[in-house]
Design a protein around this ligand. Structure first.
Ligand SMILES: Cc1cc2nc3c(=O)[nH]c(=O)nc-3n(C[C@H](O)[C@H](O)[C@H](O)COP(=O)(O)OP(=O)(O)OC[C@H]3O[C@@H](n4cnc5c(N)ncnc54)[C@H](O)[C@@H]3O)c2cc1C
Ligand code: FES
Ligand code: FES
Length: 1351
């Protein structure tokens, strides 16, 4: 089963989602409807220990639909609505939706949004998954699904009714015998003997399906198969039968305590409290694991081993939720999603004031992990982990909850959850051998109020930066404080209570004068050092205070409503009570594109929104990625050994422990390289470090072992002795200080210095732009297969540049390129990150394959990938701009710095593109830009969608907004005044022809209703103190062509077979961008046959040599033209035949051509004409036509910010993009949306952090947040520019490159936020310009807002 993917191993991406079905004993009422539907829930299989699946059914994506039979409706809609691009995230998304549907046949939009909280997608920008056209995808999808209930829609070919959700096709019972002894279960070895990196339960499921399908035919299916034969009359009897079978089996299993013994771990599953407490007392160091969402991270990601595990999951005595008159009691093993259901019921039944703590818990649980986490994690696990940022502990502390512990030999004891409950970091007051049984939450009394708050970097599935729970009780009928408790998370090493605040507030009146005093008390309580763990000291202090302020307003409002005071809250503060974004409609979206001319032949697929050519394979999990390639019998696995120091000599590598580790085969390093150790595009990288390392994560060697787990374990045991070298140059500031540069490039036009002196106005500014992690869902991966007979190496790799990989491998092996074949089927995303940095995996694997003479596979873990493989360059700029009093630009002097890291890689071309785009869309008569490429001790940074241009254009828009602030006019006005016009020349001499930008700008303005909305925003802002809105319109102009001119070439091979089918090969690689789909459309149009007759197998250096990387948005342009040429050759050859036989079908024509001995295969080649540039990078003289053309667009975004927390929401985005005559509008819109959301991540959310030792802190989705479903603009409209004129379009299907250009449009969100912050400034009495670095994280937004709470 290859469908389920491994994206992170830490529960943070959802790619591994499967559905688990389980008997729910706590609700076992045999003849009730509830009973008939057993509990189905989505689970992150990467965190689910296989033994925890005992007595469960696991359904993977393969189980619900297949291209061989029929797609499930979820799959079909996702495919048809273009919901997949690279497809790596897709099976997980399918399974989350499927699990939802199993439980709720008519889900509402909020259910759907909640069910997808735990899934990430880096390609699509989410909109096509969430919605389509006027009516949202989900609505239409479920409407369609409901209709389909009356048809045989499911794979199981059975009747489905809305009342009785359909049954699983693939029902894998993972039924493990109790008292399982050493290493065997169902003949499945529990040792890590699998080569695949798939989650264990999926691997086990694979074996079970192949071996045991018939033996474990589930009663569910048995019953349902018979149903279709005996008809409806038998249905009830059979369901009753099934229920009985279920009941009996589950009862039996419930009674069975289990013990599993694995290679390193023993797992106990007691079924009674007595057994559980007995075991814990006997083995006090044993971990009590239920959801494994804490322990699983320690073992899976951090490599720790807990040899003894006891699971309370089957102990019903501690899985309950009970309530009585005075409060509720929650069993420690109560699963969070069950808890949500139970609490909702109680909240509905009881009076509102009683259940305030429960409402607070429910609010927190909504944002707690994703569904997959809430479906397995328990409250006891959260309490006992004692995390300082636990979301539940502050609430439990603030409402004076009581925990009950039990020691087997002593019995129970009760402990109040206050400060002494958590004596230290990740410590509780539990005694050795004690088990937490339950926690009791008292109901609130009249006159008592409680609320909880939290702020995280990303709204969904993210841990809190700070959270708080506050409770106050007043003397009867007054507003004098009688009791007060305040507990905070994220303010210390434990959840803490604000002691000073709690003591001093007693007896005080709930009046505005209180606020200043509270601020002083809280400053006593929370004095965070600047370098406090977790950083953001000032922000966290401000947040804690802001939360109190929000609570103050809430309580004041309640008091007022209840008549305890007439002191109403000011109207401008009412906004704090409304959720961010208020009642703005959710997830609506419109797309418009040019209609296909009526007379266009049916077989001409150009302009048609064909779904992705691999779309069906994506949604069914049948698409094969690197790790899905069937293992070779003698295959070995490689795990890299990397440096832990950023600048050091490697004094010793000790292999003693690793060599004794199970499965160890050998170790490879620089001594094993037959050819050259130097590699990479600029030959500035090393395959293996040789005596010295220059960054943390540099590859020193690699352990080869029989399995993935063994290789990883052995690699951890390799001891490297380093000796530090100083200085450590990590940041751009360090590089400036130590003058550590690879190169400085200049570009000059006019006389910038003199013009600056002569300018009416000059502003100076600085801007810092953080780097960005690619976070392609499939990590870097490679399989090298040596062909011993010929000395040939066959390399399967997740790479955007097969030819460069081939060159490198040949040079490392010291052989000729004709002995190295590189194949790339598809990638699970690339975004530039696989353009060159695949070398960190491919070259060591090549060396290892040579040394071992056996196939070598390696797929980096998410944490390794993020550590090793480089990111988008961070930038820093210092500029001076001159302009007139009208805002017309006169001069720009700009110093731009990029952090290149420890090797040059593509950092020079990245800086070149940055320099070409430094002027944005504006005409600047005098310009002097210097681009400094900094050499530092961090992993080499590399290409990332946009390739330096987004950073440069962001800086340009920053000085535009500075000019606007200086002159007191709108930034849009400054943009309009300075925007290029048709026929203008850029500062590097390229004349702008067919300049469609002003049209995009105007259309975007009109379609978004910019002026009217701006007025409304001003009105809104004047009425609201703590919520501000902002709107911004941003243009983009992106140059299309590689600036390394030789790369602007492509080849293709078109082969027509005798039956008329066509095999197409070209130099481009498919990473989700729909290149193959578009190329099929080109060939289909050129040959005049349906797209279905054309197949692309994979990209290979064997078929098309000397290819350029698939990058720079030019894949379609270059390869499309090469394909066109090849097709035209074939069409030309058969033209005489066609003339003679005009009525012959294509197939007959081809067979005729074959019989006539006409060659039916042809190569095509294309090179971009007329591009050149004479650039003396030292003097700065630059003149030429470096770009074939430009892609233009404009976007308007409107945002709302919470000035008290820094949170924001994008209310609406409208994009107008000049995509020319789109080859495939669906693919292009997908690119626009995906690029926009990636840019949104770059500018609003994502920030890689390194510490002073050069170690990357943000490894994995837990620490590094890319946008999630909830970050999508609430309304997201895309329009393609219609009725354009462009000479360029006449050349090739009127195509425009669209992969990278839209990314920058997300800066409209950044500048809308800047406008909103400026409005908050005004409210605080501040005016003028302020510096805003990227990303505009919640921390920055809050601190920029600056008010009495940030001082
Ligand atoms: C992707 C992801 C997102 C997350 N999001 C959040 C979030 O938003 N907010 C948040 O607060 N946390 C979050 N967490 C952390 C985690 O999910 C919670 O702490 C969860 O409640 C832990 O429960 P569990 O059953 O998985 O714990 P486990 O990992 O099974 O166990 C955790 C610890 O609790 C101990 N323990 C469990 N039960 C008992 C008992 N009865 N008596 C004594 N000791 C016991 C175990 O010995 C172990 O040390 C997240 C985790 C992940 C992986
Ligand atoms: S959530 Fe399991 S692999 Fe990411
Ligand atoms: S399609 Fe979602 S990550 Fe690529």
């Amino acid at each position: 089963l290859t469908g389920t993917k491994l994206g992170c191993s830490e529960g943070g991406c959802g790619a591994c989602t499967v559905m688990v079905s389980k008997w729910d004993r706590s609700q076992s009422r045999i003849f009730s409807k509830q009973h008939l539907v057993c509990r189905h829930f989505s689970v992150n299989s990467c965190l689910a220990p296989v033994v925890s699946m005992h007595d469960c059914a696991v359904t993977t994506v393969e189980g619900i639909g297949s291209t061989k039979t029929k797609l499930h409706a979820v799959q079909e809609r996702l495919w048809k609505f273009h919901g997949s691009q690279c497809g790596f995230c897709t099976p997980g998304i399918v399974m989350s939706m499927y699990a939802l549907l199993r439980n709720n046949s008519s889900p509402k939009m909020p259910n759907i949004e909640t069910c997808l909280q735990g899934n990430l997608c880096r390609c699509t920008g989410y909109r096509p998954i969430l919605g389509g056209k006027e009516i949202t995808f989900i609505q239409s999808f479920f409407i369609l699904l409901m209709r389909n209930y009356s048809h045989n829609y499911n794979m199981g070919k059975r009747l489905i009714s809305p009342q009785r959700p359909h049954k699983l096709f693939l029902w894998i019972f993972v039924r493990l015998p109790s008292q399982l002894n050493a290493k065997r279960c169902c003949n499945i070895s529990l040792t890590p003997s699998e080569r695949s990196t798939k989650p264990t339960i999926v691997r086990i499921a694979t074996k079970l399906t192949t071996r045991h399908r018939s033996r474990y035919f589930p009663p569910e299916l048995l019953v349902s198969s018979i149903i279709s034969i005996v008809g409806y009359a038998a249905l009830h009897i059979l369901y009753a039968y099934r229920a009985v079978v279920h009941y009996i089996t589950s009862r039996n299993h419930a009674a069975t305590p289990l013990k599993f013994v694995g290679e390193r771990v023993t797992w106990y599953r007691p079924t009674t409290l007595d057994q559980l407490t007995d075991l814990k007392e006997k083995y006090p160091d044993a971990q009590l694991v239920v959801g494994n969402t804490e322990i699983g991270i320690e073992t899976g990601v951090k490599g720790r081993c807990h040899p003894l595990i006891v699971t309370p999951a089957a102990v019903e005595e501690i899985s309950f939720v009970k309530n009585d008159q005075s409060g509720i009691e929650i069993g420690a093993a109560c699963i969070l999603s069950n808890l949500v259901q139970q609490l909702n019921k109680i909240v509905e039944e009881k009076e509102e004031h009683l259940t305030q703590p429960l409402s607070a818990i429910l609010e927190m649980l909504h944002w707690f992990g994703g569904d997959q986490i809430r479906n397995v994690a328990v409250i006891g696990g959260n309490i006992m982990t004692a995390s300082p940022i636990s979301d539940l502990n502050p609430i439990l502390m603030a409402c004076c909850a009581t925990a009950t512990f039990m020691l087997h030999s002593r019995g129970t004891r009760k402990v109040t959850m206050n400060q002494s409950f958590f004596p230290g970091y990740r410590k509780t007051c539990a005694m050795k051998g004690e088990v937490l049984l339950s926690v009791r939450i008292p109901f609130m009394r009249k006159g008592e109020y409680m609320k909880a708050y939290m702020q995280s970097k990303r709204r969904e599935d993210d841990i809190a930066i700070v959270n708080a729970a506050l409770r106050v009780k007043f003397y009867h009928g007054s507003r004098k404080v009688e009791e007060f408790s305040a507990a905070f998370g994220g303010m210390a090493a434990t959840s803490v209570m604000a002691k000073h605040l709690m003591e001093n507030i007693i007896g005080r009146l709930w009046k505005d004068e209180l606020i200043d005093d509270v601020a002083a008390w809280m400053r006593e309580d929370f004095k965070l050092e600047q370098n406090a763990p977790g950083g953001m000291a000032e922000y966290r202090e401000a947040l804690a205070l802001s939360f109190f302020f929000k609570f103050y307003i809430h309580v004041k409002d309640c008091l007022c409503k209840e008549g305890a005071t007439k002191d109403e809250i000011a109207s401008e503060e009412q906004c704090t009570k409304v959720p961010l974004g208020g009642n703005h409609p959710v997830s609506l979206s419109t797309q418009t594109w040019e209609e296909i001319p009526e007379n266009q032949p049916k077989d001409n697929s150009v302009g048609r929104p064909l779904p992705h050519s691999s779309g069906q394979l994506h949604v069914t999990g049948e698409a094969k990625y690197l790790d899905d390639i069937t293992p070779y019998a003698d295959e070995l696995y490689m795990c890299l050994v990397t440096s832990t120091r950023c600048h050091a000599y490697v004094r010793d590598v000790n292999l003693a422990d690793a060599m004794t580790s199970p499965g160890y085969v050998t170790y490879v390093d620089h001594c094993d390289i037959p050819g050259s150790n130097e590699c990479g595009v600029m030959k500035g990288d090393l395959v293996f470090a040789n005596g010295k390392v220059t960054c943390v994560g540099q590859v020193i060697g690699a352990v080869i072992a029989d399995t993935c787990a063994h290789a990883q374990r052995a690699a951890q045991l390799v001891k490297v002795t380093h000796e530090d070298i100083f200085p450590r140059i990590l940041t751009i500031e360090d590089a400036i200080k130590h003058e550590s540069f690879y190169k400085t490039l200049h570009i000059n036009a006019g006389d910038a210095a003199t013009a600056l002196d002569a300018s009416e106005y000059v502003i100076e500014g600085e801007m810092r732009i953080a780097g960005q992690e690619h976070f392609y869902l499939e990590t870097q991966a490679c399989l090298v297969v040596p062909q011993l007979e010929s000395g040939q190496m066959e390399i399967y790799c997740s790479s955007q540049s097969p030819t460069s990989l081939q060159d490198d491998a040949a040079s490392v092996l010291g052989i000729e390129s004709n002995k190295v074949i590189v194949r790339v089927k598809r990638m699970g995303g690339g975004f530039g990150g696989k353009g060159t940095r695949y070398i960190v995996v491919s070259n060591p694997a090549v060396v290892a394959a040579k040394k071992c003479g056996r196939p070598i596979r390696c797929m980096l873990t998410r944490q390794e990938d993020m550590l090793i493989s480089g990111q988008r360059h961070s930038f820093y700029a210092k500029y001076k701009v001159g302009f007139t009093k009208e805002g017309k630009l006169t001069s720009l002097v700009n110093n731009i710095y990029s952090n290149a890291g420890n090797s040059l890689d593509v950092s020079i071309p990245v800086m070149e593109r940055a320099l070409y785009h430094s002027g944005g869309c504006y005409r600047i008569p005098n310009i002097a830009i210097a681009g400094h490429v900094c050499k530092t001790n961090i992993p080499s940074n590399t290409a990332f969608r946009g390739f330096g241009a987004p950073q440069a254009m962001l800086i340009a828009e920053d000085w535009i907004s500075g000019i606007a602030a200086k002159l007191g006019i709108s930034a849009e006005k400054v943009r309009e005044i300075n925007m290029y016009k048709e026929g203008d020349s850029t500062y590097y001499g390229q004349v702008l022809e067919s300049f469609n930008l002003p049209r995009c700008w105007q259309e975007c303005y009109q379609k978004s209703n910019f002026n009217e909305r701006k007025e409304k925003i001003e009105e809104y802002n004047s009425k609201n103190r703590w919520r501000k809105r902002g709107i911004s319109c941003i243009p983009t102009k992106y140059g299309i062509s590689f600036t390394e001119f030789f790369l602007n070439q492509a080849g293709a091979l078109v082969q027509v077979y005798k039956d008329g089918s066509v095999l197409l090969t070209h130099g481009g690689t498919e990473m989700g961008q729909g290149l193959h789909t578009k190329m099929i459309q080109v060939a289909s149009t050129c040959l005049g046959i349906p797209a279905s007759r054309i197949h692309i197998s994979s990209t290979s250096t064997e078929t098309v040599p000397n290819t350029s990387p698939t990058a720079g948005s030019v894949g379609s342009d270059l390869n499309g033209m090469a394909i066109k040429e090849a097709c035209e050759k074939i069409v030309g050859r058969i033209k005489p035949l066609r003339k003679n036989f005009p009525k012959l079908s294509w197939d007959d024509l081809i067979i005729k051509a074959y019989l006539e001995r006409i060659s039916l295969s042809a190569t095509g080649f294309y090179k971009t004409p007329d591009i050149y540039c004479n650039w003396d990078q030292d003097s700065g003289e630059c003149f030429g036509r470096p770009f074939d053309y430009f892609t233009y667009g404009a976007a308007v975004s409107e945002v709302e910010i919470d000035c008290l927390t820094g949170d924001h929401v994008v209310l609406q985005t409208d994009i107008v993009m000049d995509v020319g005559g789109s080859l495939n509008p669906a693919v292009d819109i997908g690119q626009i949306e995906g690029a926009f959301m990636q840019g949104y991540g770059m500018m609003m959310l994502e920030e890689p952090l390194i510490n002073e030792r050069g170690e990357l802190l943000t490894r994995g989705p837990g620490a590094y947040k890319i946008p999630g479903f909830g970050d999508c603009p609430r309304r997201f409209n895309k329009y393609s520019l219609l009725k354009y004129e462009n000479k360029k379009y006449q050349i090739f299907f009127r195509l425009q490159a669209v992969g990278e250009p839209p990314l920058f449009l997300s800066s409209s969100v950044f500048f809308a936020v800047k406008n909103a912050v400026a409005s908050a400034w005004k409210h605080s009495g501040l005016f003028g310009s302020f510096r805003m670095d990227s990303p505009a994280s919640c921390e920055r937004i809050r601190m920029w807002c600056g008010d009495q709470f940030t001082k």
